[in-house]
Design a protein around this ligand. Structure first.
Ligand SMILES: C[S@@+](CC[C@H](N)C(=O)[O-])C[C@H]1O[C@@H](n2cnc3c(N)ncnc32)[C@H](O)[C@@H]1O
Length: 406
């Protein structure tokens, strides 16, 4: 099912929680502006900065040191104070703050309706999923101590009873962030491109693989879990996260579109599922926000939770070892500027070695960049699977994944 499609609906019984989000003319203009600003920074300003690095900074560094910078950290030091880098960084930072600000007011306006439909979803459950919250659960400090990627209130904060605001702000802010604000053209309710691509890759690689249960860790509101319902229709879907507002939002969404998902508020470091409960464990954009010490615990938990033969596929940022020095400088910007302190340490690690350290056999560990299915197209995807076409680089049409098999 290509990204953007949503074949099912329980709209007759439960409205789609997304449908309440109706930004007005000025709000839409602001959201578009923020998306365009981000694009300008990420392409034009980034391009200017790279030019300055290649034509001025690297040659000057070589003259002074006998070699060009060898690491992203060296490039960052050499670029500090360069106008192009300072302009890029400050514009990108401000645009990041504006992403969330641009959706907060329209969310605030319809919050009572969103909360009411989420409560209905929790009591009626027309799709047959479930929502289990644990108000006593301790939020890990790497979530509670800061506003991760500058989202005011981070993932977990609740400002009113049965709050779903963070779920809506993350979901719609994510669309502004990605320049995917097509909700006026029917974007509402589309699936996540990463889940769509990874699920399709797994199905293509292992055509006989029929997971009975699939777990998505750090699922947020399940955007990248929902595509598994189409690609592995026989599987039961489970999503865990520490943020209750995200889970309430995601549960309401899944129930409205008719996909049964069992959401629960749990720390992935130690869950309450029995041993060997899952055949497939996935995650996306998760581990770079988790300190490496906790990543080890989570991967060990994955090992406990997988049945024999079960698979793991985690989409993440590509590690430093796979990128050149300039790309490392580029990717690690978020650690210094975007409230993502664990990001660089994760990228400095070897994700496959982390799997091995956590109990998986080295022989089953893998890493690969898979094409984004929606933009690459199924014909090209088939060529990729046959080794006839490379995947685009991570972040520009490809997604880096790593994992192992139990
Ligand atoms: C960047 S978001 C991931 C988004 C989502 N997977 C997606 O693809 O859109 C990271 C998520 O991990 C959650 N999280 C962080 N630490 C966690 C932990 N120890 N256990 C479960 N969830 C966690 C956060 O609450 C947040 O929702």
């Amino acid at each position: 099912m290509p990204d953007g499609s949503m074949p099912r609906s329980n709209a007759a019984t439960l409205p789609d929680i997304d449908s309440f989000f109706e930004p007005n003319h000025n709000e839409i203009a602001r959201q578009r502006y923020v998306s365009a600003l981000r694009k300008h920074v990420l392409f034009d300003k980034q391009g200017d900065m790279e030019q300055v690095y290649k034509t001025q900074v690297a040659p000057a560094y070589k003259k002074a040191n006998g070699h060009v910078p060898r690491t992203g950290v060296e490039i960052e030091k050499a670029m500090t104070g360069q106008l192009s880098y300072e302009v890029y960084g400050s514009m990108r930072y401000v645009a990041q703050e504006m992403v969330w600000a641009s959706v907060q007011e329209p969310v605030e306006r319809v919050l009572p309706d969103m909360i009411s439909v989420a409560q209905r979803a929790a009591s009626e459950q027309p799709a047959g999923g479930s929502l289990t919250l644990d108000p006593a659960m301790e939020i890990p400090r790497y979530v509670s101590a800061l506003d991760v990627h500058l989202i005011p209130g981070c993932f977990h904060s609740e400002f009113t009873q049965n709050d779903v605001a963070q779920g809506a702000v993350v979901a719609f802010g994510g669309m502004v962030f990605a320049g995917a604000m097509g909700w006026r053209q029917g974007f509402k309710g589309s699936y996540g491109a990463v889940g769509e691509s990874v699920a399709y890759y797994l199905k293509s690689k292992f055509p006989d693989f029929k997971p009975r249960r699939i777990l998505d860790m750090g699922t947020s509101s399940g955007k990248n879990l929902l595509p598994y319902a189409d690609i592995f229709p026989e599987a039961e879907l489970f999503g865990i996260d520490v943020g209750a507002p995200l889970l309430r939002y995601g549960h309401a969404k899944a129930e409205a579109v008719g996909i049964p998902v069992h959401y629960s508020q749990q720390n992935a470091e130690a869950t309450n599922f029995p041993d060997g409960h899952f055949d497939l464990i996935v995650s996306s954009f998760f581990f770079h926000e988790v300190p490496v010490k906790s990543t080890r615990k989570i991967l060990a938990e994955c090992h406990r939770l997988l049945a024999k033969g079960g698979l793991m596929a985690h989409m993440e940022l590509p590690p430093r070892k796979n990128c050149d020095a300039y790309l490392n400088f580029y990717w690690d910007w978020d650690t210094l500027n975007n409230n993502e302190p664990a990001y660089s340490a994760f990228r400095a690690s070897d994700p496959v070695a982390l799997c091995t350290d956590s109990g998986f056999s080295a022989a089953t560990g893998y890493e690969i960049t898979v094409p984004n299915r929606a933009s690459f197209g199924d014909a090209n995807f088939a060529k990729f699977m046959k080794g006839e076409m490379p995947a685009p680089r991570h972040g520009v049409g490809g997604w880096y994944i790593f994992g192992a098999q139990k």
